[in-house]
Design a protein around this ligand. Structure first.
Ligand code: UFG
Length: 337
């Protein structure tokens, strides 16, 4: 049997894909999740412990019961828009969650942590070029603030207690497991690609483009979409990294190319065989115009590269998952108009 890795939030979207990648690498994932956003059906490669990520005693007991040697910490709140309205929840779950994980790790002598961080730590980039890890960190929403606080708490623990940690700053996680076993199933769904697919296939919920007056080529926001299976693989590689910089390293995970909201809608329409109906609305609070990664550091340090993140594969796997959903219910599609 391989080493056991505790995966908080392992029933969620990126967490479940990472558990599959861990199992494929011969490691044993133990999922710790409160199932508030995750799905028990997505836990397929090891046991599920249902618990709150802020519960440090429960976390510590789980680590000792399962002889955990490393932790991948995903559990947290992830919606930029909601964080503007409920900053209290974001600071509580995302910051106290990290504190609890670190405390349980110290209690158990577990020294290796991979942290699920985000491009939102950069805030609004000063220029239009790709973001590198040396760029200014200045979040513009409580989600990004809370994740940056988590990174800093982890870095301080590494320096003081000899831990080793890697913070992976995801750009826009997207797509679904190419084998069709896993996919995105948030409730409520707020992410662009699944919403555009839903609008194209069922028209059940109107799609709104949040702003067309951004300083971009077509006026809509530009994001760097990266396939969730490529993200998952990076976590496995990061577990094996011999860290420098007092035990803490942060790195971007993106494809290095931007796609605008309107380009996403166009590609989804083509993959579904009918265009999503959409309208243009106001900007969403907290949205920077452009977020594109320079992924050079991760490529070098992890010997990683995006392998299935071409935009077509991202959209095709997401559509296939929606058409053949393994959990979250199967919706009958209306006939094409
Ligand atoms: N958008 C729309 N209409 C919608 C939903 C989204 O126009 O109904 C736009 C947003 O304004 C944004 C883009 O589509 O420009 C992508 O939005 P998502 O909500 O899909 O994703 P975000 O970029 O807001 O956030 C995601 C993750 C965060 C992460 C961030 C990093 O949810 O956790 O990517 O780039 F921090």
């Amino acid at each position: 049997m391989g080493d056991t890795i505790l995966v908080t939030g392992g029933a969620g979207y990126i967490g479940s894909h990472t558990c599959k990648a861990l199992a494929q690498a011969g490691l044993e994932p133990v999922v710790y999740d409160d199932l508030s956003n995750g799905h028990a059906q997505a836990v397929k490669w090891g046991p599920l412990v249902q618990g709150d990520v802020r519960d440090r005693e429960r976390l510590a007991r789980t680590m000792s019961d399962h002889k955990v040697v490393g932790v991948i910490h995903f559990a947290g709140l992830i919606e930029v828009g909601r964080s503007m309205h409920r900053p209290d929840l974001y600071w509580d779950h995302n910051v106290n969650g990290v504190a609890a994980v670190l405390s349980a790790m110290r209690d158990n002598g577990v020294a290796r942590l991979i942290f699920s961080s985000t491009a939102a730590v950069y805030g609004t980039p000063a220029g239009l070029s790709a973001l590198s890890e040396t760029d200014v960190l200045n979040p513009i929403n409580p989600y990004g603030d809370s994740k940056l606080a988590g990174e800093r708490m982890i870095a301080a623990n590494c320096a003081a207690f000899g831990m080793e940690a890697v913070a992976l700053r995801y750009f826009n996680a997207s797509g679904a497991d190419p084998d069709g076993e896993l996919g995105e199933a948030h409730d409520p769904e707020t992410h662009l690609i699944p919403l555009a697919i839903e609008a194209a296939l069922t028209g059940s919920r109107p799609l709104t483009v949040f702003g067309r007056d951004f300083p971009t080529d077509d006026g809509s926001c530009v994001r760097d979409y990266i396939h969730v299976a490529d993200l998952a693989r990076a976590h496995v590689l990061a577990l094996g990294l011999s860290t420098v910089d007092q035990g803490f390293e942060a790195m971007n995970l993106g494809r290095g190319q931007g796609t605008s909201v309107l380009e996403v809608i166009e590609a989804v329409g083509q993959a579904c065989g009918r265009p999503p109906v959409y309208s243009v609305g106001d900007r969403r609070a907290g949205d920077p115009p452009i977020l594109v990664a320079d992924p050079a550091r991760a490529m070098k340090r992890l010997t990683w590269k995006p392998e299935i993140s071409d935009f077509q594969t991202i959209v095709d796997t997401a559509v296939a998952w929606r058409l053949n959903r393994r959990f979250g219910g199967i919706t009958t599609l209306p006939a094409a108009a």
